[in-house]
Design a protein around this ligand. Sequence first.
Ligand SMILES: *[C@@H]1O[C@H](CO)[C@@H](O)[C@H](O)[C@H]1NC(C)=O
Ligand SMILES: *[C@@H]1O[C@H](CO)[C@@H](O)[C@H](O)[C@H]1NC(C)=O
Ligand SMILES: *[C@@H]1O[C@H](CO)[C@@H](O)[C@H](O)[C@H]1NC(C)=O
Ligand SMILES: *[C@@H]1O[C@H](CO)[C@@H](O)[C@H](O)[C@H]1NC(C)=O
Ligand SMILES: *[C@@H]1O[C@H](CO)[C@@H](O)[C@H](O)[C@H]1NC(C)=O
Ligand SMILES: *[C@@H]1O[C@H](CO)[C@@H](O)[C@H](O)[C@H]1NC(C)=O
Ligand SMILES: *[C@@H]1O[C@H](CO)[C@@H](O)[C@H](O)[C@H]1NC(C)=O
Ligand SMILES: CC(=O)N[C@H]1CO[C@H](CO)[C@@H](O)[C@@H]1O
Ligand SMILES: [Ca+2]
Ligand SMILES: [Ca+2]
Length: 581
Amino acid sequence: MRVATLLVLAVAASAAASDADWWQTALIYQIYPRSFKDSDGDGIGDLNGITEKLPYLQQLGVDAIWLSPIYLSPMYDFGYDITNYTKIAPEYGTMEDFDNLMAKAKALGIRVVLDYVPNHTGNESEWFIKSAQREAGYENYYIWADGTPDPNDASTTLPPNNWVSNFRKSAWEYSTTRGQYYLHQFAIGQPDLNYREAKVQEEMKNVLRFWLDKGVSGFRVDAINMMYEVDPNDYGGVYPDEPLSGDEDAAADDYNYLSHIYTRDLNETYNVVYDWRDLLDEYYMTDGEYKIMMTEAYTELTLMIRYYGTDTRNGSIPFNFSFLENIKNNSNARDMKLVIDKWMTYMPNGKTANWVNGNHDQSRVASRQGSDRVDAMNLLALLLPGVALTYQGEEIGMLDGEVTWEQTVDPQACNTDDPINYWKKSRDPNRTPYQWDSSAHAGFSTTTGDTWLPVASNYRTLNLAAQMAAEKSHYKFYKDVLAVRKLPAVRAGDLETTVISESVLVVSRLLPGYPGVVGIVNLSDEEYHLDLTSIKLLPVQMRVVASGVDCPHKKDEWMRKSNITVTAHCALLLQTVRKCC
Ligand SMILES: *[C@@H]1O[C@H](CO)[C@@H](O)[C@H](O)[C@H]1NC(C)=O
Ligand SMILES: *[C@@H]1O[C@H](CO)[C@@H](O)[C@H](O)[C@H]1NC(C)=O
Ligand SMILES: *[C@@H]1O[C@H](CO)[C@@H](O)[C@H](O)[C@H]1NC(C)=O
Ligand SMILES: *[C@@H]1O[C@H](CO)[C@@H](O)[C@H](O)[C@H]1NC(C)=O
Ligand SMILES: *[C@@H]1O[C@H](CO)[C@@H](O)[C@H](O)[C@H]1NC(C)=O
Ligand SMILES: *[C@@H]1O[C@H](CO)[C@@H](O)[C@H](O)[C@H]1NC(C)=O
Ligand SMILES: *[C@@H]1O[C@H](CO)[C@@H](O)[C@H](O)[C@H]1NC(C)=O
Ligand SMILES: CC(=O)N[C@H]1CO[C@H](CO)[C@@H](O)[C@@H]1O
Ligand SMILES: [Ca+2]
Ligand SMILES: [Ca+2]
């Protein structure tokens, strides 16, 4: 059988995680504050709830938490519509609660990364209200434009052009206060800031400084590639229509109907990201802790790679969503290997890769790929070189919850006005509360009423407490793998991905002078006998250090590389005892 492998040589020399390089191998755990833990029984998760659960995250082994937005907001888009970037949403707590969370996290060795939402504020922001009133100095904080005449009704106007919002329908909303339309690439309550205005750039830098002064370790940056729109001065003073995409499945008011050449991925964006990097580096120079910046952009690979920086400027870590988008429930070992190798090949020299399994916008791994692939996907994300991101609940293999049309609150789903097909657009099912235990509301809340979204009905059997008590569970496997992630071979070793057969992928991490680590996933419904003799660098004897729920193996069991059995859906992690190579 032909064995395809790719070998990526280690670049990082140091194996220890100091304050300078902690981020290069960090496991970052994404918390969606509204759904993590409710400390005061109002049915909504909050900061004190997160603080209460920090010891859990520490024993699990996470390096840093990323909090989805915690700022003052009317919550039309659950915190991504920010009224004030430096105030805490009252339903999540107070600034004192935040300071307390920071102190506890620091004491436990967990770093805190915040969500930064630069593309838009909420429509209740003081800046937006002042801009709508044309208050001196604020006139150009947002993207304003005149309407076009309505041929059928002289008393009214139509939007300035054909641009469509990510959440469907026109991206323009009329402000009676100002007598002009403002742009919103997302919900109506999320007006786009104007980055061609120098004062906006300065204000947004001050937001970064405010939180860095409070001791955060960096930011995850929302929807970065939507930051700039074209300059109307280059188009005769108007914002030009976007061409049709040709997508036949998209209705005229659907985002995919247009090709977004004037509202996405503009070149101006990159310099702003590099400027933010310089600002973060000023703090790094002062306190010696590198501040991470991860940017979210669903775009093509070549544009994505530019966020990393240029020859003369440093940038961010662009999130790679290939795990989410390109690995399907029927992907085989070869497909997975391709996805991994492509990113490793395109990534600029010396930069850090990243692996995202899920987030609050995507269906959960277990729902997307089937529960029997949870261990395999967690193993791959944690074993590959670079930053790994885990969305809350993925460590126990949570499934999407059931949310009826009446219970639906996500604007992306509500905007469909479609009680039958709303679920296709809804992000609510993957935002249902964390399943802590089998008590009422899954231990998420003590409310006597409803939680903000319903708890998934499977919580009585699928919950953390049950998985902690079980001999084998997704949780135990995840924790075992995360412990191995701290080894020098995983932090700094070479990566080799090997397709053994249609359904078996082997990922090894080897570092000269240290024990090596080998992950094996069996994606098929059939049992295999593996012979890894062809992987010359592996020693003959290996020890099981993590064994997934579908594997019969026990931890600490010994295996010979010429004869390894992997049962259906088994994800296995082995460690060599002899030093590599
Ligand atoms: C946010 O609140 C602070 C006071 O806490 C105020 O100084 C600042 O102007 C506000 N910013 C916005 C955008 O409303
Ligand atoms: C903000 O937008 C929402 C719609 O998303 C609307 O209901 C609300 O009235 C707006 N508020 C302000 C202050 O403009
Ligand atoms: C954007 O920048 C790239 C790389 O520098 C360049 O090739 C491209 O022509 C630029 N596009 C525009 C529209 O200026
Ligand atoms: C970019 O970052 C690397 C690693 O932190 C550093 O050595 C280098 O000096 C930085 N380059 C610039 C232009 O800041
Ligand atoms: C991520 O990387 C894959 C290659 O592994 C690439 O095909 C894909 O376009 C990238 N996507 C994003 C959103 O980063
Ligand atoms: C796999 O995905 C396809 C398309 O999304 C879906 O129709 C099918 O039911 C899924 N199968 C499993 C086992 O989840
Ligand atoms: C994968 O699991 C199936 C089903 O148990 C099994 O037949 C097959 O041998 C396994 N593959 C390996 C390499 O062990
Ligand atoms: C993954 C993620 O954070 N997605 C966010 C992108 O931006 C929009 C608008 O701010 C949010 O609705 C998404 O949740
Ligand atoms: Ca609460
Ligand atoms: Ca924008």
